[in-house]
Design a protein around this ligand. Sequence first.
Ligand code: PGA
Length: 245
Amino acid sequence: MIDAFEKVPVQIFPSPKEGSAFVASEIATLIKSKAAKNETCVLGLATGSTPIKLYQELVRLHKEEGLSFKNVVTFNLDEYFPIEQDAPQSYWSFMHKHLFNHIDIDPKNIHIPSGKWPKEDIKKHCAEYDAAIIKAGGIDLQILGIGGNGHIGFNEPGSSFHSKTRVIHLDQLTRMANVYEWHDLNKVPKLAITVGISSIMKAKKIVLLAWGNKADIVAKAVEGDVTEQLPASVLQNHDDCTFVI
Ligand code: PGA
């Protein structure tokens, strides 16, 4: 039942494990239905603590239930800038550690913004990233987390709803939330590359996951006004978006 205050459908699960299993099974169904038609399945993927259990379940479905990722193409949302690809804190490392190293995806189907793009060419690379998503047929299913400040990807409060893939200054709250990956706030990069809000909104289907201490920001995103000061609130304008909490 949809609550009268909710402007986005919300599905509530007793635990992150159960919520993650539900989303993993939706992804598996989509991958298999695309494979049956000989089509690729284009997934938009997120990093952070939130999707770790989802990726564990996808790995389990691959290893124990034979789910193949051969027809899957992925586009990650963001990456620190600058960062070495194989730095332990890079999202390239995160994705390989939690998902890509354990499944049968073709490495050439994996796309992650590069923290090594030369500064002078970065606009071109960001435009190419958006173009590659379109060329792949668009995102069939976008997985999102939400920051404590309401960001999606690294689209911090104030990001235009028309924004495309670009370099962004990380909010101090985001740098503090991610300090656990770096041990020292001074080491957390001040910049990142993020897929823009307009690119996220073009996904055919969006699932936002949120666990733990995100209740307040989720409530504002789902029940409050649509405002660029709370980027996740834009999802109220998407035709097929669900919050899994
Ligand atoms: P988290 O980050 O999963 O580590 O809470 C989510 C986000 O910032 O989008």
